[in-house]
Design a protein around this ligand. Structure first.
Ligand code: B12
Length: 209
């Protein structure tokens, strides 16, 4: 089995103690950080499908998420390039009622790598907290909201509306597996991207960088 395949299967199995070592071994054997990350993202898809099928339950899903997060920590120095230029601040969080943070953390990492000063509000973030954080940090130019559940899409919509109604001079980007460009448009967001790399590109584009 290739090292990447081993990483993938151990993430699926939720082996948080084994994954970091395997990720390092994969890197040492010449595998690219992006390829290892893509494999781990695929694992999350497999885990989600098993959950849908009733083959696994929330605890197993949580263990797989922990295993992936540990693996991402090892990849972080490879994925997040060092940048000295600052493009301004970016407030990011997962919307109210939603506890998923792996995708949000990857987006935060990519935003940081292109030069944004990221203020990460974590998960289950009420709309007003996004606004307050942007008010407290005057160099904020982007507010980024993540939502992973169909049931929290209204919270994404509400967050966009609350930020827009605040009159702050910021651009709002939205994303997460159920979010589409059409939804982003309907919510009145300034931008959408399907993945972390795309989020960083979109944020830069929106501030004209
Ligand atoms: C891990 C996981 C969990 C973990 C989360 C742990 C954590 N620390 O994140 C735990 C166990 C807590 C969990 C709980 C639940 N989960 Co869950 N979970 C998942 C799982 C398996 C993986 C999610 C993930 O990390 N994917 C990998 C990352 C990298 O992908 P991503 O998040 O989509 O992010 C990428 C893009 O979307 C984008 N992006 C993300 N955010 C943003 C933001 C911006 C601004 C932009 C531009 C882009 C962007 O970039 C990212 C990187 O490329 C998914 C299955 C799946 N296929 O996604 C189910 C899934 C999301 N969960 C689901 C469900 C139902 C639940 C629960 C309701 C289960 C329950 N009965 O309790 C609870 C809800 C808890 C809550 N209130 O949030 C369903 C949702 C169904 C739906 N359509 O609503 C899914 C799809 C599983 C399934 N197939 O049924 N879950």
């Amino acid at each position: 089995m290739s090292k990447i395949a081993e990483v993938k299967s151990m993430v699926e199995a939720g082996k948080a103690k084994l994954v970091p070592g395997l990720v390092q071994e994969a890197l040492d054997s010449g595998d690219k950080a992006q390829d290892i990350l893509d494999a781990m993202i695929e694992s999350m898809g497999v885990v989600g499908d098993k959950f849908s099928a009733g083959d696994i339950f929330v605890p197993e899903m949580l263990m797989a998420a922990k295993a992936m997060s540990k693996g991402v920590e090892v990849l972080k120095p490879q994925l997040a390039g060092d940048t000295s230029t600052s493009l301004g601040g970016c407030v990011i969080g997962t919307v109210a009622g939603d506890l998923h943070d792996i995708g949000k953390n990857l987006v935060a990492m990519m935003l940081e790598s292109v030069g944004f000063d990221v203020i990460d509000l974590g998960v289950d973030v009420p709309a007003e907290k996004f606004v307050q954080a942007a008010k407290d940090n005057p160099n904020v130019k982007i507010v980024a909201c993540s939502g992973l559940l169909t049931t929290t899409m209204p919270a994404v919509k509400e967050t966009v509306a609350t930020v827009k109604a605040s009159g702050l001079d910021v651009k709002v980007i939205v994303g997460g597996a159920p979010v589409t460009q059409a939804m982003a448009d309907e919510f009145g967001a300034d931008g959408y991207a399907p993945d972390a790399g795309g989020a960083a590109t979109k944020a830069k584009e929106l501030i004209g960088a």
